[in-house]
Design a protein around this ligand. Sequence first.
Ligand code: NAD
Length: 303
Amino acid sequence: MAETLGFIGLGAMGAPMSRRLIEAGYKVIVADLDKAALDKAIALGAEAAASPADVGSKAETVLVSLPTPDVVKQVALGPNGVAEGSRVKTFIDLSTTGPRAAIDIANGLKAKGIVPMDAPVSGGVGGAVKGTLAVMVSGDRATWERLEPVFKVIGKPFFVGEEAGQGQTMKIINNLLSATAMAASAEAFVMGAKAGLDPDVMVDVISAGSGRNTAVTDKFPSAILTRSFDYGFRTELMYKDVKLAIDEAEALGVPMWIGQMVKQWWSYAYSRGGKTEDFTNIIRYVEEPVGVEVRGRRNTKPE
Ligand code: NAD
């Protein structure tokens, strides 16, 4: 019989990841503050727990997909946290928390006899639904080998290293590049639109050319040219990831000229868009002073 897994955080990413685990035959014990998210998971076959501690009393392996480092720490080690559970042996963090928080949380978990694993993911909600996420795992090698089949249900796992935080460093480097591509592509597309170029043609040309990046191949066609701004990742979270990357670069003594500017762009978008806005809205803050709109003509929303 497949192992029982705990899963805490059933948001944009956690809902589809936990769904895939249920569909793969795992018994999944879930917790979330949002009752609607919990009800959806129960309807798919998950079993609800009363608290993170209760999840840790019902499953040896607990995965979390939570918004910020502080929330992960609270859920792992706070009052009524996973570490208070009676069965938990392994804690897998799928969230983006940065290496410093990951090391801090890992030390707290190790002190309680729990094996910590970093496993942040990349590939967006679409990748979570399809099970094609890049999963960046670090921690104990034997635990990685044992849990590889679980990671394979949610995507393509990579073993980054045995140190706590290494998977997180990999992830924030990835997201710094993703954030850079988004901000730079927004400026480039507004320039093209102002000059009279057709945004659909720009997507086709750049996707076949050397300017190709995931903002242009995926995010622009599905959420910007459609003006739906619903890709499934919040500006708040992108800003968090860029800040984590720049903080880490500073701690390592690595200059980040471009990275600092990218951070300013996301800080500005966050100040304009607040906590709930999708990150694809960043282009609106480039369009606004220029007086153009990057709108497509064809329906490019994926099924
Ligand atoms: P989300 O805000 O949609 O989901 C977070 C979930 O956690 C929500 O359901 C919320 O109710 C729940 N939650 C918050 N605090 C809680 C607590 N104390 N106890 C229990 N549940 C709690 O966020 P998301 O977009 O799913 O992102 C989750 C993590 O994955 C973040 O760290 C994010 O940076 C990362 N990530 C997101 C994407 C994406 O495209 N959305 C891609 C890769 C990585």
